[in-house]
Design a protein around this ligand. Structure first.
Ligand code: FES
Length: 124
């Protein structure tokens, strides 16, 4: 089953709030995540504008039908962060429930979890 990474492409990271120029940090992170996800089995990406977590950007959501979903934030638009997000999404894709044991988490996602959402009852 496909795990989708939804990247907010309008997020600002840290001090970018004072810098309105394009591209936004979220768009930079999205491009990096898209490149990483191409090599991860069962992972696809999409972009959206605002996940309503603007104060802790850059934000992404990790979702799959019938699985627990997560939002993660506070990512810098950097290659290491993108690789960790894609690695985590691949583990989510390989998990029957979407839960990934903490011992398996990529170091780069630790401390970035913001919310989790149980699957909808009719999707289990
Ligand atoms: S701009 Fe990214 S969450 Fe609002």
């Amino acid at each position: 089953m496909t795990t989708w990474i939804t990247v907010c492409d309008t997020c600002r990271f840290g001090e970018q709030g004072d810098r309105p120029e394009a591209p936004r940090d979220g768009a930079r992170l999205a491009a990096l995540v898209e490149a990483e996800a191409e090599t991860r089995e069962g992972v696809r990406t999409r972009r959206t504008s605002c996940l309503m977590g603007c104060t802790h950007g850059c934000n992404v959501a990790v979702q799959a039908a019938g699985k627990i979903a997560y939002t993660l934030g506070r990512f810098a638009p950097e290659a290491d962060a993108a690789a960790a997000i894609a690695d985590y999404a691949a583990l989510h894709a390989a998990s029957e429930t979407g839960q990934v044991p903490y011992r398996s988490w990529p170091q780069g996602v630790k401390g970035h979890f913001v919310t989790r959402h149980p699957p909808l009852p009719d999707a289990e």
